[in-house]
Design a protein around this ligand. Structure first.
Ligand code: Z16
Length: 787
């Protein structure tokens, strides 16, 4: 549909649906009208794309999380309609800013969910036949409030003002059966609009509903409660996103969620396949590839076998053979607490037939291990079923075509350490696919001024679909006028962020300071604790006068903690207490400031990332599989202050080590000190370490009587136990980290020197486009081609 028609449609929609005009409409009505009109405008293209995907070899991304963020601005960008809609609104006394009130679609926790969203964006833009399957949670990731320095959670009712970017497809609903209930899965489709192309992908999210809308027999018998109880039990399944990032809590409802969306998606795929091929399954593996995003959708493997055997009459061997060709599995972490394991008992009670298939798979695996000469303890340790526990990752590896890690270092650790025994028997299955981010949202959309500079210097917009084009701009590093302009753009983004933070969080930050940001989920391995301890030390040194000329810096934090993760919540409180301590002290006013921004989400990220100068990526070496915030910040001209972990290593490789601040123990160093690491000794022998840790327990900092600061103090000084000191090695890196922070502050003073570092980061961020990542998946794993 031409742009002009879509604009007319907006006015018509406002009139027919709301009896209003662009000038009179509320932001919410405008949002619905614009979105629905654009949906109508793309309907034909969307339908045509879906057909094309279906008629060629295609791939599906199965994920329990899709962190889409706010969709309106991105869709306007991809359709090239931002200006037109902006003008329409302005003509009527409104503006695009009205959409700042629109809720994020936060159906994900953090990196893994956002990666899924970036991948769909890239595949759509590259005209690749990839579609997503997931869960339409009624409540997405909780909203965070800060009260008295503590995190409080509130429900995220993201569809309260409607969901105009989804289409309910009741005609394609399917049934999903559990031992104790049968429910209906209703699909909601979202268009994934490619940038500057006619291709549109589909994200199909399933909503759980009761088979019978309402039990009138119970209702008539005046048993109102019983009548609604069954409905609630069905709807419970897609009610809420589990708020754990990188941890697994093994709850039965979570297993039901996983099975629910996997079964519905596989039934959908089989139904579509049969439209063309009928009961001949000999082309199934040739037409379909399925990517399992972490272990969350791995229950798909026995479920596909069940559907193909019980449902379609294939033999077990044939069905297993199809699985081994169709599925591939991405691992996103080596943390043991994130590798899902289900109790046999629980699984047997919930999905007995699927469990039985897992038992059979385990027997087949045993046979294969024997054939390869693996027996005894080693064999047992590789079984899917061990001591009444189902190991999802092992089932994934046994039944998948490919297994991949998400950064070079991570994949090496998988091959040589965590999954060593598996790599030895299936070396050909293992691959690396370094993560990426979409430059459409994370540069073009979030940083229009920098984008305009890049486009102007390049003479075209090619970087929006080929980020490696930015490499050509490296030469401007010697052009002082360009460097000056870069500084002005950053300063302006500081001002915009400062304004927003003032309005949103009531915190005053000075745009003329260095913005040092750590934005990511709160987790011990990410070491926000190390950051705040180093900041506390800087504060002491500035206050006592031993650190003079420190460049005025604002340390910005954004982080949600899992609601049940006590230490992580304690660290949030600690950051807020250090912020308050610094705010009270006149001696350091204007020199150092801590700002904890509440409810960090995709929309907040877009604003913070554009304004960042320093990107804190300080995880314990070996623990962060990749990181993706590091890539977004790099592309927006922040320098990395980080450890040699995850994708940081590749960032340094691309941008050059003189343009980043790398410090701390490497994986090898940690391995070699492991045995004799003695944080208690360091605490007693290093006055700085003692001073900052003592502040947690001597009355300097107040944890509101919760005792959590004592617990945090002890977690470092004594570790989990006397024998197992702090497994994240905070004190091992403390001194080197502090020095690195001071070096950043010194370098920042020379704005030209710092601008050059920024520029080298921007120009060398090409590798970290998810376009590159998706091309690699398409070629090496899915074997799919452009439509
Ligand atoms: C998650 O966000 C990640 C891993 C995981 O097992 C579970 C969740 Cl919810 C993250 C990794 O921690 C991060 O390093 C990585 O960049 C991201 O997944 C995407 O691969």
């Amino acid at each position: 549909m031409p742009k002009k028609k879509m604009l007319e449609a907006v006015e018509l929609y406002l009139k027919s649906e709301f009896q209003t005009t662009p000038a009179e409409a509320t932001p919410d009505q405008l949002h619905t009208a614009v979105s629905r009109s654009l949906m109508a405008g793309i309907a034909d293209r969307w339908h045509a794309s879906a057909e094309k995907h279906q008629n060629t070899r295609h791939a599906y991304y199965f994920s329990a999380e899709f962190l889409m963020g706010r969709m309106i601005y991105n869709n306007l960008l991809c359709l090239g309609m931002t200006e037109e809609i902006g003008q329409l609104l302005e003509k009527n006394g409104a503006s695009l800013d009205a959409f700042e009130e629109v809720e994020d679609c936060a159906l994900g926790n953090g990196g893994l969910g956002r990666l899924a969203a970036c991948f769909l964006d890239s595949a759509a833009t590259l005209n690749l036949p990839l579609d997503g399957y997931g869960i339409r949670y009624k409540y997405g990731l909780f909203k965070q409030k800060i009260e008295g320095g503590f995190q409080k959670e509130e429900a995220d009712d993201w569809t309260r003002y409607g969901d105009p970017w989804s289409l309910r497809r009741e005609d394609e609903a399917v049934r999903v059966e559990f031992a104790d209930q049968t429910i209906v899965a209703v699909p909601y489709d979202m268009p994934i609009i490619g940038y500057n192309t006619s291709n549109i992908g589909t994200l199909r999210l399933w909503q759980a509903e009761p088979v019978q809308a309402f039990d009138f027999n119970l209702f008539n018998a005046q048993q109102y409660d019983a009548a609604v109880a069954e409905r609630n039990r069905a709807e419970d399944i897609s009610r809420v996103l589990y708020p754990n990032d990188s941890t697994d809590d093994g709850k039965i409802l979570r297993l039901k969620q996983q099975y629910f969306f996997c079964s519905a998606s596989l039934q959908d795929i089989i139904r579509k396949y049969k439209k063309t091929y009928g009961n001949d399954f000999s082309h199934f593996a040739e037409m379909n590839a399925i990517q399992l995003n972490d272990t969350h959708p791995v229950i798909s493997i026995p479920e596909l076998i069940r559907l193909l055997t019980d449902g379609e009459g294939l033999s077990f061997d044939y069905a297993l053979d199809i699985c081994k060709q169709v599925f591939s599995y991405t691992n996103h972490t080596i943390l043991a607490e994130a590798l899902e394991k289900w109790s046999q008992h629980l699984m047997e009670r919930t999905i007995p037939r699927v469990f039985h298939i897992i038992v059979m798979l385990d027997q087949y695996l045993g046979g294969e291990l024997h054939q390869k000469g693996i027996t005894g303890d080693k064999e047992y340790s590789m079984h899917i079923l061990q001591h009444g526990t189902v190991h999802m990752a092992y089932m994934a590896i046994y039944c998948s075509r490919y297994i991949n890690g998400v950064a070079q270092l991570h994949t090496e650790i998988l091959k040589n350490d965590v999954l060593r025994d598996w790599y030895q028997i299936y070396p050909e299955k293992f691959q690396n696919k370094t993560n990426g981010i979409t430059q459409r949202r994370w540069l073009a959309l979030c940083n229009p001024e920098l984008s305009d500079l890049l486009t102007r210097l390049l003479g075209n917009e090619s970087w929006k679909t080929d980020l490696s084009q930015l490499k050509q701009l490296e030469k401007y590093v010697e052009d002082e006028k360009v460097m000056q302009e870069l500084c002005e753009i950053k300063l302006h983004s500081h001002q915009k962020l400062a304004e927003f933070v003032q309005k949103k969080d009531g915190i005053t930050i000075d745009p003329n300071t260095c913005f040092d940001v750590q934005i990511k989920r709160l987790h011990e391995y990410k070491r926000q604790f190390l950051n705040i301890l180093a900041i506390l030390e800087l504060y002491y040194e500035i206050a006592e006068g031993s650190l003079t000329d420190f460049t005025p810096t604002t340390f910005i934090f954004g982080a949600k903690s899992a609601p049940g993760y006590a230490r992580a919540k304690g660290i949030i409180k600690l950051i807020n207490e250090v912020a308050a301590l610094i705010d009270r002290d006149d001696r350091v006013r204007g020199k150092i400031k801590v700002a904890f921004l509440s409810n960090y989400n995709v929309s907040y990220a877009e604003k913070i990332i554009a304004a960042a100068d320093v990107s804190e990526q300080i995880s314990t070496a070996g623990k962060e599989a990749s990181g993706t915030g590091n890539m977004k910040l790099m592309a927006n001209g922040a320098v990395t202050l980080g450890t040699l972990d995850g994708a940081n290593i590749e960032i340094v490789e691309e941008a050059g080590s003189i343009n980043e601040y790398i410090f701390g123990a490497t994986v090898d160093e940690i391995r070699s000190v492991q045995e004799h690491y003695n944080p208690n000794g360091m605490y007693h022998n290093d006055y700085k370490i003692k001073r900052v840790l003592d502040a947690l327990v001597n009355g300097t900092l107040n944890d509101g009587g919760s005792g959590i600061f004592r617990e945090l103090h002890d977690s470092i000084v004594y570790g989990a136990s006397w024998h197992r000191p702090d497994q994240y090695f905070l004190l091992l890196d403390f001194e080197r980290y502090l020095e690195a922070k001071k070096q950043v502050a010194r370098d920042y003073k020379d704005q030209l020197v710092f601008a050059k570092k920024r520029w080298m980061n921007i120009c060398n961020s090409g590798k970290f486009s998810s376009d590159r990542t998706i091309r690699e998946y398409a070629k090496d794993i899915w074997h799919i081609e452009e439509v």
